[in-house]
Design a binder for this molecule. Structure first.
Ligand code: MLC
Ligand code: AMP
Length: 509
């Protein structure tokens, strides 16, 4: 039977023994497959009781917990739209997302209820619930009154399942609209390509140590385990020591490169602790060849690097099975089955093998468009329907893709995207600032971090530390540049444009 509702497809893959442990937390709790089914039914019944219009958004800013996972599953099964938000976002950022997405329901933590509910009610949200990491809050209290039986909502494959906001290159964040079919097709392709082992083949066990408000932790990791009927070991946050503790009883790990760098810093990482592991996957940011090699030496395992985006879910992957080819460090592998990927220059000419160009893609997981931004959506697609990723790369004769840069002005720090234009906007609005430029420079831990270079207005006495402190009071912590330098001028080209490449060189040393 084919399922169009993503939850129904995941549910169909739950193992026959529903009493087995589906999620084991680092606090020692075990949730069975039946628990996931029952609890998501109760929350879905609550959401349906609210009689929300079709396509209603459920915006969620909560700490990582199994109950937050259950809320995601409940939203899918009720046929509503899940909108996850990074817990680091502060009030200005939240005001924008709530104002733009106009969610019918907002779920936040108890301590944030005051300001978030005020903001949400002003934006027209009808219901605000709380959900805390210790299994308390009004969402669970209310859903406890609803039955454990629920009929999964009928949806069209193209109906929206989630909106993922990606920061905008020039100010406004854009909400990528992903359908049930986008997410399900990607999960199915990865299940085969990464050779997931179902309960009948010994069973994979995934260590889930990523946040669940972005594509990597929410879709790639969770769908991967659930569609395979595989158990997850659920880490509330990434702690290398906790991961080390679980490695001997796990088979799959997914991380951004920073997680691998931090695990390598642990003396306890050796071949013995990874003896049971089958697969280490890295993505969301470039994995340094040095990390790839160090990992191979220390553990005997070759990291599988893959490449994706919020707008497209996963696009390329290094092979998992030997018969599909070797895993090559420094590359993101080949386009996944069903993905068409090409490299073009600015004039639209397709580049020959080995030449650099903008990466464009087409495939079943490529998104429907940006929420309420039809013009922006049209701009990002070519006339023959390819999505312009904004990444710059090369495809070699064996079809392996190497990402060599980005045409979008973007910093990826520890797997989080930071758009310099957003930070510069805030700095430029500060008293005494004439102009600023934010650039990314290499960093051993986060891969890349931001540096702000600022020109003061004549007579203004500015201090870098104060600028950073002001930013910290307004923006999510991962967006704050790690350094702020005051200068008298910025390098410019003949057109008067700031030469960020020169700043990167100067401050990256
Ligand atoms: C935290 N900080 C960061 C940061 N994370 N700064 C820059 N970049 C980051 N990613 C800040 C903290 O606020 C703190 O500031 C200081 O840096 C040190 O923090 P820390 O204690 O070392 O951070 P920690 O809490 O351990 O978090 C680091 C991390 C986390 C790597 C575990 O950032 C993380 O989980 N990253 C994963 C992101 C992710 O899942 N991306 C997937 C996107 S999906 P201060 O001032 O308080 O000291 C995608 C598509 C795809 O891209 O292809 O997958
Ligand atoms: P996001 O908008 O958070 O989904 O981030 C997507 C971006 O992350 C892509 O456009 C790439 O620039 C980057 N990215 C993802 N995976 C990789 C990878 N393996 N190597 C280099 N960059 C990556």
């Amino acid at each position: 039977m084919t399922h169009t509702n993503l939850y129904a497809a995941l549910r169909a893959s739950f193992p026959a023994d529903l009493g087995a442990c589906a999620v084991e937390t680092d606090a020692g709790l075990c949730y069975s497959w039946q628990d996931l089914e029952d609890a998501s039914a109760m929350v879905a019944n609550l959401l349906e009781f609210l009689e929300l219009p079709p396509g209603a958004r459920i915006a969620v800013q909560v700490e990582k917990s199994v109950e937050a996972l259950i809320l995601y599953l409940a939203t899918l099964r009720a046929g509503l739209v899940y909108l996850p938000l990074n817990t680091a976002y502060q009030s200005a950022e939240m005001e924008y997302f709530i104002g733009d997405a106009r969610p019918a329901v907002v779920v936040c933590t108890g301590p944030n209820f005051g300001w978030i509910s005020r903001m949400a009610f002003l934006a027209g949200t009808a219901h605000v619930f709380t959900l805390n990491e210790d299994r308390t809050g009004s969402l669970l209290e209310r859903s406890a009154q609803f039955p454990r039986l629920h009929t999964v909502a009928n949806v069209q494959a193209t109906d929206m399942a989630a909106i993922i906001y990606t920061s905008g290159t020039t100010g406004r964040s854009k909400g990528a609209m992903l359908s049930h079919a986008n997410l399900l097709s990607n999960a199915q392709v990865l299940q085969t390509y990464w050779d997931w082992r179902g309960p009948a083949q010994g069973g994979d066990v995934l260590i889930h140590a990523l946040p669940i408000f972005h594509v990597h932790g929410l879709f790639v990791a969770i769908h991967g385990a659930l569609i395979n009927g595989s158990k997850m070991i659920w880490c509330s946050k990434f702690d290398p020591k906790v991961v080390l503790r679980y490695l001997p009883v796990a088979t799959v790990f997914m991380g951004v490169p920073t997680l691998y760098v931090r695990l390598l810093a642990e003396p306890g990482l050796n071949r013995d602790v990874v003896r049971n592991m089958r697969l280490f996957i890295s993505g969301s940011a470039p994995l340094l060849l040095e990390t790839f090699n160090d990992w191979q030496q220390r553990t005997g395992h070759t990291i599988l690097e893959r490449y994706g985006m919020s707008e497209t879910v996963m696009l390329t992957s290094n092979p998992c099975r030997l018969r599909d080819g070797p895993r090559r460090g420094g590359t993101v592998g080949r386009p996944l089955p069903g993905v068409q990927l090409r490299v073009r220059d600015d004039s639209g000419k397709v580049m020959p093998i080995g030449e650099i160009g903008g990466i464009q893609v087409k495939g079943p997981a490529v998104f429907k468009g940006y929420w309420k931004m039809p013009e922006k959506t049209a701009e990002e697609f070519t006339s023959d329907g390819f999505f312009k990723t904004g990444d710059v790369g090369i495809v070699d004769a064996q079809g392996y893709v190497t990402i060599v840069g980005r045409s979008k002005d973007l910093i990826i720090s520890g797997g989080y995207n930071v758009y310099p234009a957003e930070i510069e906007g805030y700095i430029n609005a500060m008293a005494g600032v004439a102009e600023s430029a934010v650039v990314g420079v290499p960093d051993a831990d986060f891969g890349e971090v931001g540096v702000a270079v600022v020109i003061a207005k004549p007579g203004a006495a500015l201090r870098g530390a104060e600028i950073l402190a002001q930013l910290k009071a307004t923006l999510a912590n991962f967006k704050i540049p790690k350094r702020c330098e005051l200068v008298s001028e910025l390098p410019r080209n003949a057109m008067g444009k700031v030469q960020k490449n020169l700043l990167r060189e100067q401050y990256g040393k």
